[in-house]
Ligand binder design. Structure first.
Ligand SMILES: Nc1ncnc2c1ncn2[C@@H]1O[C@H](COP(=O)(O)OP(=O)(O)O)[C@@H](O)[C@H]1O
Ligand code: SF4
Ligand SMILES: [Mg+2]
Length: 349
């Protein structure tokens, strides 16, 4: 069964060349009783068709808020203030309005979260989930939608797809459920997929299967992927570029080979040292980085990593280092930015 031909995007060449995702000085401030949390604090990047950007950082660094703000799930309202711009396939997400956003979510962008059950309704069969995803945006009759749903399950590697359509989510394993969610998110051939810790709830062998599946689907469908994880090991070998987040900001961004091969930010270095080795039992794995991320209501004035940084000097606490400062000082290579006054692996700078 040729499961992909009907799913291959047919987009004009000009559109293929322009970035699928443009994020420009994005800021998301969450208003809480304790004060305002600047969860996303001035983030910019672009992502081209078929490319993967890995976003990594410890728990609480703002990755999920960033993902949700990009999707338009978070926007200015009573509990938060969003500024900056997000363009997905040329559409300005935060000016779309409710119906425009629903159209965007079904057609231009898909999202996969850590827990597949957040996207699945326990009282609806798998087939209903998939046909609803399809029929909302397409003119298909019931039989056509069902056939396409089975094709989607086949695409995401679910055996006996016709039988699975009649099962409920609880009848599937965690890995199979996540495959169903991926099938739903790809039902309308989005140009962009945002995957927020898509494998964190799954056991190690299933994690690899799901990540390999996303790789294969990207090759077949050509979508761009934002792959969010607290573990640099998850994005290793899968991302074209990586952005390392700390306390709401990107502290280092580079092509994956440069970031893994020659990291310049002390936080990236520490994260690399803390990658869990999957061949070691959990009790001998390296501990996470000493100390805790800052209080995001009143973060440190200078470098936010300073209280935990083994290279900190007195100037680090005076003003925040900017992401392009190293480029200005001539110690960064094009496309490799880091926000640090005393970078590692930088020839004694
Ligand atoms: N709904 C919310 N209300 C208040 N604070 C929040 C909310 N969501 C996230 N935050 C805060 O925003 C920061 C970033 O959170 P999050 O994006 O979930 O981090 P990550 O996904 O990197 O673990 C954290 O300090 C978190 O406590
Ligand atoms: S600016 Fe200073 S405190 Fe911050 S990461 Fe660099 S060396 Fe460490
Ligand atoms: Mg998160």
């Amino acid at each position: 069964m040729n499961s992909t031909s009907a799913l291959l995007p047919d987009r004009p060449a000009a559109e293929q060349e322009s970035p699928v995702l443009i994020v420009d000085d994005l800021r998301t401030q969450i208003h809480t009783p304790r004060g305002d949390v600047q969860a996303v604090d001035g983030i910019s990047f672009t992502l081209g068709r078929g490319k993967t950007l890995g976003i990594v950082g410890e728990s609480g660094s703002g990755k999920s808020v960033l993902g949700r703000t990009i999707m338009g799930l978070y926007s200015t309202g009573p509990t938060m203030t969003v500024s900056g711009r997000v363009l997905i396939a040329g559409k300005d997400v935060h000016t779309l309005g409710a119906s425009g956003l629903r159209e965007l979510w079904g057609s231009d962008v898909g999202m996969v979260f850590q827990d597949p059950m957040t996207a699945l309704n326990p009282v609806k069969k798998v087939g209903v989930h998939l046909t609803e995803s399809l029929r909302r945006h397409r003119t298909m009759n019931r039989a056509q939608a069902k056939a396409h749903a089975a094709e989607l399950l086949n695409l995401v590697g679910i055996p006996e797809p016709r039988r699975r359509l009649d099962q409920y989510p609880h009848e599937l394993s965690g890995g199979m459920r996540q495959r169903v969610v991926i099938a739903m998110s790809l039902a309308n051939e989005p140009a962009l997929l945002i995957a927020d810790e898509p494998t964190t709830a799954l056991d190690v062998t299933v994690q690899k299967q799901i990540l390999d599946l996303l790789d294969r689907l990207q090759d077949e469908l050509g979508m761009a992927i934002v792959l969010i994880s607290h573990n640099l090991g998850v994005v290793a070998g899968r991302a074209d570029r990586v952005a390392v987040m700390y306390a709401g900001r990107v502290v280092e961004t580079a092509d994956a080979a440069a970031l893994f091969g020659l990291p310049h930010h002390p936080y990236t270095e520490a994260l690399l040292e803390a990658i869990p080795r999957l061949d070691q039992p959990p009790h001998v794995r390296l501990a996470a980085i000493d100390g805790a991320p800052p209080n995001m209501v009143a973060p440190p004035i200078g470098c936010r990593f300073a209280p935990r940084c083994r290279y900190a000097q007195s100037d680090c606490t005076l003003a925040p280092p900017s992401l392009d400062g190293a480029v200005t000082r001539g110690i960064a290579t094009p496309g490799h930015s880091f926000a640090c006054y005393h970078p590692v692996n930088a020839g004694g700078q």
